[in-house]
Design a protein around this ligand. Structure first.
Ligand code: ADP
Ligand code: AMP
Length: 215
């Protein structure tokens, strides 16, 4: 199963991808997570990417396409993968199509999660992530235990720098200008399946699984 999760920041891509990993045993490929790891490790790419990420802008296509293409060559992607946060531009989508076609394969499905802007802002301002294992939480919608630490590993929860309201608004604009055109791109390819992402986390998951199992 070769799947893309599409949707604005805060739509629930990472949350749903993590659950799909458990269910289908294929890897989640999150360009945001990979870039944050590079920033944390202060690699040359991370140092360059940080200024774009802090501003809520997209990291240049060449950088992101390079890391995804390399990741897709790894063995664990042989039976499928869940792309979360990639592609985000038409150029990235073209590069993905080319990479897959060079391997003699195609995407199976693009799931677009639809959530209104005010809910996205509420989701992102309340998002917390375990600094140790990466598990995601929301202070109101998916809260950690009473000690405020990760319920899986006990790690400390962090609030992403780019989840401040002013940066969030810019990320929404960037989404509408640069990423939303991918909805038509994949609709024209007959791959797009839109899902109402306003439901509870478990309900959204059930809907994604039914769409994938039907397809
Ligand atoms: P994305 O990866 O699309 O940016 P996330 O999966 O990180 O979004 O979700 C953003 C925040 O919203 C997280 O704090 C997550 O716990 C919360 N969240 C995800 N899905 C839902 C949902 N269906 N209802 C309410 N909150 C949600
Ligand atoms: P995310 O974790 O998906 O919200 O991504 C966080 C930030 O990483 C984005 O605001 C961008 O700056 C950068 N980023 C993640 N994925 C991409 C991508 N596919 N193309 C360009 N920039 C990206």
């Amino acid at each position: 199963m070769k799947l893309v999760l599409l949707g604005p920041p805060g739509a629930g891509k990472g949350t749903q991808a993590a659950m799909l990993v458990e269910k289908f045993g294929i890897p989640q490929i999150s360009t945001g997570d990979m870039l944050r790891a590079a920033v944390r490790d202060q690699t040359p790419m991370g140092i360059k990417a940080k200024e774009y990420m802090d501003a809520g802008e997209l990291v240049p296509d060449g950088v992101v396409v390079g890391i995804v293409c390399e990741r897709l060559q790894q063995d664990d992607c042989r039976d499928g993968f869940i792309l979360d946060g990639f592609p985000r531009t038409v150029q990235q989508a073209d590069a993905l199509r080319q990479t897959l076609s060079d391997k003699g394969t195609l995407l199976d499905s693009v799931i677009s999660l639809e959530v209104n802007t005010e809910s996205l802002v509420e989701r992102l301002t309340g998002r917390r992530t375990c600094g140790a294992c990466g598990k995601g939480y929301h202070l109101k919608f998916d809260p950690p235990g009473s000690d405020g630490r990760c319920s899986v590993c006990g790690g400390e929860l962090v609030h992403r720098d780019d989840d401040q309201e002013v940066t969030i608004r810019n990320r929404m604009d960037v989404y509408h200008q640069q990423t939303a055109p991918l909805e038509d791109y994949y609709r024209q390819e007959g791959l797009l399946q839109a899902i109402d992402g306003m439901d509870e986390i478990a309900t959204v998951q059930q809907k994604i699984v039914s769409v994938l199992q039907a397809g």
